[in-house]
Design a protein around this ligand. Structure first.
Ligand code: 9MR
Length: 369
């Protein structure tokens, strides 16, 4: 038997341990640790840790969480005098246990309201609703939730204010009121205005005007959430960059709060995330039910790489980048705007395996270091 130098053995063992440790830490959150939070949106099952494999993927890859649905008003405030915090308590506890940045989604949104809220007709009742709703929820998680979407989707695509139930009963003042109430309930928590398509010029101008108005009237706005429900070809990197610069010039943080990229046909040229837009399906509209063709996979890889390259260029202005869902199989884009399609919008596939898009996002950092 040949003599094996024990020193060499020891060095090899140390190297092996080091390499595997390094291999173990290769994750989105670790690689982007010094740049911005990397977040994901959690379903109720994920908050309750029902699937161990999904759970370990979440803990490995992400350091920020948003509840995809359970903190919307129909769930947290089902009746006028009744709140239900069972799941949101679990959500916050999950984030604390895993030392994650915890984002609250959302306080004032026209969609997913409880039926009793839809019946509010006058300004007195709406004012009372807003005061009670915002104060109760924000105070409950004071010091535990790190940032809130105070108002979600208040704008139309042309930049004018949406005729929501809040607007109809209170006029545009509801926007300032919402931010003031949230600040009063937790003066330290970061407060965001969140919307889709606000990287498009007309809606962006509307969002900038709105944020300026809220601030001028004494509301505290700490950041803007650009949702980022995007397509392979649009919006352009130039428009996204202009948005980062223009929002940041207002003295606020920029977060990308609901990032995903649809790869499916969209003959109606729909943009954004208006959940009321629904259409009939057909085989033509669902072209990749089994597998994403390599040519489209490559486009997705390039798209994610160019988006993250831009994010890195402006990392000093960006607080968080959150994907809207953990993996392709659970994405809302399998059911919008047509139900039951197979979409591929996220960095992890339906079997939880990381995709080439994931590698391209990681590679941007590795080549730099
Ligand atoms: O992903 C959410 C989906 O499960 C819900 O059915 C839908 C209902 O409104 O809301 C989705 O999330 C939306 C988010 O809360 C606000 N921006 C648009 C998102 C996609 O529709």
């Amino acid at each position: 038997m040949k003599f094996i130098n024990p020193c060499l053995l020891a060095v090899t063992a140390v190297l092996f341990v080091n390499c595997s440790a390094k291999k173990g830490v290769t994750s989105l959150k670790d690689v982007y640790k010094k740049d911005f939070y990397i977040g994901t949106a959690l379903s109720a099952d994920q908050i309750e840790e029902k699937d161990a494999k999904v759970d370990s993927l979440i803990k490995k890859e992400f350091n920020a969480i948003t509840a995809e649905n359970i903190m919307k008003s129909m769930y947290t405030h089902p009746q006028k005098d009744k709140y239900d915090f069972a799941l949101s308590d679990k959500f916050v506890a999950y984030g604390e246990k895993n030392k994650m940045f915890i984002h609250g989604h959302t306080l004032i949104w026209h969609s997913q309201l409880a039926p009793w809220m839809e019946k509010i007709e006058d300004s007195t009742d709406m004012k009372a609703f807003m005061r009670d709703h915002i104060t109760t929820i924000v105070s409950k998680y004071k010091g535990r939730i790190n940032s809130w979407d105070v108002v979600n989707e208040a704008l139309n695509d042309d930049g004018t204010l949406r005729q929501s139930i809040f607007f109809k009963t209170l006029g545009e003042k509801y926007l300032v009121d919402a931010f003031k109430l949230a600040e009063k309930a937790d003066p330290k928590v970061d407060l965001y205005y969140n919307d889709y398509n606000i990287e498009e010029p007309a809606k962006r101008a509307g969002a900038i005007a709105l944020i300026k108005k809220i601030k001028a009237a004494g509301g505290k706005v700490d950041g803007v959430g650009i949702q980022g429900h995007w397509r392979l070809q649009s919006p352009s990197i130039e428009e996204i960059e202009k948005s980062i610069l223009e929002y940041s010039a207002l003295g606020i943080k920029v977060a990308f709060t609901e990032l995903d990229i649809t790869v499916l046909p969209n003959p109606w040229d729909l943009k954004g995330a208006d959940v009321n837009q629904k259409f009939e399906g057909s085989a033509k509209m669902n072209p990749y039910p089994e597998k994403l063709p390599d040519s489209v996979q490559t486009q997705l890889v390039e798209r994610y790489a160019s988006i993250f390259k831009l994010f890195l260029k402006h990392k000093d202005k960006i607080s968080r980048v959150t994907f809207w869902g953990v993996y392709d199989g659970q994405s809302w884009l399998n059911d919008w705007p047509i139900k039951g399609r197979t979409n591929y919008p996220l960095p992890f596939d339906k079997d939880l395996k990381h995709k080439q898009a994931y590698d391209s996002i990681l590679k941007l950092k590795k080549t730099k270091e």
